[in-house]
Design a protein around this ligand. Structure first.
Ligand SMILES: Cc1cc2nc3c(=O)[nH]c(=O)nc-3n(C[C@H](O)[C@H](O)[C@H](O)COP(=O)(O)OP(=O)(O)OC[C@H]3O[C@@H](n4cnc5c(N)ncnc54)[C@H](O)[C@@H]3O)c2cc1C
Length: 595
């Protein structure tokens, strides 16, 4: 079974050439992120991913986490790996120095996160959820809560969870029923939560659950939900974990993938909880954090795609089967045009998705740290527009790439021992949790496009227009093809935006029926934009004979492939969005069932 290699060359290219690390490092507080420091961090993270996490990925999947009498045991090696993760200081990487973090840009943390997730997605979920809980506390917690919990969480000694989902409340959190009854300086929380990632485990000294619940007089619906900290162990006066709280793990789920990540059913029976922020604002707080969590899940799509691609490529170089069409000799399958097509689909979409994700991460940094309010606002609007695209399109792409990885392996892909199947199984959850693709697409069409009559997306389309003028200057025929496909993509987005804005009030079903195809159109156009930028930079490097010439010429070929095989779908998607809605809604429920 092939092992993971960190794609440092492409990461460095994207960080430095596309996402503008140099500019990000000029933002207040990010001066440490010099190219040398960042290169050293990535090198260290890649070692940890390759040497510690990757060897546990397959065994962790096979063994899975185990539940017994309320306790969860993670697979062999996970505890030790987590200890090393904490000792090396990785948990603190993305947080501000004021809370004990290392104060590095989101952009740098993104590259590190990609490697941890590629090498072991199940492991990476524990830090991911902990980061979400830390963000919630930083943004909305009282000073007392911050003082009690943040330091240990940022250091990774305690982990965090997000307890939102209940059996009757999944995509629709307005239906949350868990109760929170005030008692002195705290609340007593009761209810059942399902699907709670790392809700119980043996990796850390304490687990800090963030729980959505309703106080007795809370209004119905989304306006009556509050957020609480419910620790597994209550804190003693000296701040260390003491008595066990009444928050129990009733069982863990048996799942299609991410077997090593325990997905817990949590039962709260008068568990002691502390209000985060104000009553009835819990869902608003969740929304504040959602960009970060949805971004991270989108990045899981990049990570899985990269890993699946590497595995398929290694297999394609070794597997002898079939004759070369020209020379007639038995060859490794990588020589067959169709296998190469699949590998190129994997490679080009992974690179496009990585570029888009990192560019959005850089915008998050600017939105967060820029000294210009106008710049902050502009970047935040771009981030808000792109988050559903990063989450929805990249995770769907991750699934497609993982599925292609199985296909490249032939029958061996369907057999667990090669590891290709695990990537497909692991990838499958990414389009579901943290808001399904349908929910992301609805957010894109409703909140991000229709609500502001397409203002931000129109700004982005204009940016594509300005970029077209730069592409026009290139004499490279591949770049000219990219240019025309990107222009067609921008035109398709424009048509769909006009359709959505013009239809949404009159016929909302028609506007939302094409939401997922529209999300895909946005994804391939944004991915194509980044690949075209990459190709233009590569062309310049090649003409000046700077840097790794083979890398840059491959980049142009890969971008051209993306244009012809992926971005070329844009006009068809516009047809689906603008003309395909009537048939979506036309059948009666009975007609659906008619044989
Ligand atoms: C492995 C795993 C880990 C998880 N981890 C956590 C966790 O740590 N914390 C937590 O709180 N939750 C967690 N979840 C829950 C997860 O976030 C939900 O499963 C997800 O939000 C979808 O909710 P649901 O399963 O109830 O599906 P439903 O909401 O019932 O959706 C079913 C289908 O209907 C569609 N749909 C629903 N509403 C709409 C709508 N308004 N418009 C269009 N389509 C719609 C969906 O897209 C989907 O296709 C986890 C789930 C799993 C499986």
């Amino acid at each position: 079974m092939s092992s993971y290699t960190a794609p440092l060359k492409d990461m460095q290219f994207v960080l430095n050439e596309l996402a503008g690390l140099e500019e990000v490092a000029k933002l207040p507080g990010y001066q440490e992120a010099t190219p040398e420091t960042v290169a050293a961090i990535l090198e260290e993270a890649s070692k940890f991913a390759i040497e510690v996490l990757d060897p546990l990925n397959y065994s962790g999947d096979q063994e899975g986490s185990k539940w017994s009498d309320g306790k969860v045991t993670t697979p062999k090696g996970f505890k030790e790996a987590y200890r090393q993760y904490v000792e090396a200081g990785w948990p603190a990487l993305p947080f501000e120095e004021a809370v004990g973090g290392q104060g590095l840009p989101k952009l740098v943390a993104t590259a590190v996160e990609e490697m941890l997730t590629s090498s072991n997605m199940s492991f990476s979920l524990c830090p991911l959820l902990t980061q979400g809980a830390i963000h919630a506390l930083i943004l909305c917690g009282s000073d007392a809560l911050k003082k009690a919990y943040l330091e240990n969480m940022v250091a990774g000694r305690w982990t965090g969870t997000m307890n939102l989902t209940e059996p009757q409340a999944g995509s629709d959190l307005a239906l949350v029923r868990s109760r929170a009854v005030p008692k002195g300086d705290h609340y007593l929380i009761s209810g059942q939560k399902i699907f709670i990632t790392y809700g119980e485990h043996d990796l850390a000294e304490n687990i800090v659950h963030l729980v959505l619940a309703r106080t007795p007089d809370a209004p119905e619906g989304v306006k009556g939900i509050s957020l609480f900290v419910v620790p597994k162990f209550l804190l003693k006066p000296d701040g260390t974990p003491g008595e066990r709280n009444r928050a129990k793990c009733a069982s863990i789920e048996h799942k299609l993938g991410i077997h090593a990540s325990p997905t817990a059913v949590m039962v709260f029976e008068d568990a002691v909880g502390y209000l985060v922020g104000e009553e009835n604002k819990g869902l608003a707080y969740m929304f504040v954090m959602m960009n970060a969590a949805r971004f991270s899940v989108g990045l899981e799509g990049v990570s899985i795609a990269e890993r699946a691609f590497q595995r398929a490529l290694a297999y394609a170089k070794e597997r002898l089967q079939g004759k070369d069409l020209v020379q007639g000799k038995t060859v490794p399958i990588i020589r067959h045009p169709d296998v190469r097509r699949m590998l190129m689909l994997m490679k080009s979409q992974t690179e496009a998705a990585r570029a888009l994700a990192y560019v959005v991460a850089a915008s998050m940094d600017v939105a967060h740290k820029s000294s210009s309010k106008e710049e902050q606002k502009r970047h935040q609007a771009f981030v808000d527009l792109m988050i559903p695209v990063v989450k929805g399109w990249i995770t769907e792409t991750g699934n497609e790439v993982a599925s292609l990885g199985v296909q490249v392996h032939g029958g061996m892909g369907f057999i667990e021992e090669t590891g290709a199947a695990q990537h497909l199984r692991d990838a499958r959850i990414t389009t579901i949790y943290e808001g399904t693709t349908g929910i992301q697409a609805g957010d894109l069409v409703g909140r991000k496009i229709a609500r502001e009559a397409g203002a931000t997306v129109k700004g982005w389309i204009s940016e594509l227009g300005r970029f077209d003028l730069e592409l026009a200057k290139s004499a490279n025929p591949d770049i000219q093809v990219l240019r025309s496909r990107l222009a067609a993509g921008a035109q398709a987005v424009q048509e769909c935006v006009e359709f959505i804005v013009g239809t949404v009030t009159r016929d909302p079903n028609a506007a939302f029926a094409g939401a997922v195809p529209f999300l895909k159109l946005m994804g391939i156009t944004a991915g194509g934009w980044q690949m075209a930028r990459a190709a233009l930079i590569a062309e310049k490097k090649l003409s000046k004979k700077e840097g790794d010439q083979s890398f840059y010429s491959a980049k142009i070929v890969t971008a051209r492939f993306f244009a012809d095989h992926v971005l070329s779908q844009a006009p068809g998607l516009a047809v689906t969005v603008t003309q395909g809605s009537a048939a979506v809604m036309a059948l009666t429920d009975e007609q659906f069932l008619a044989a």
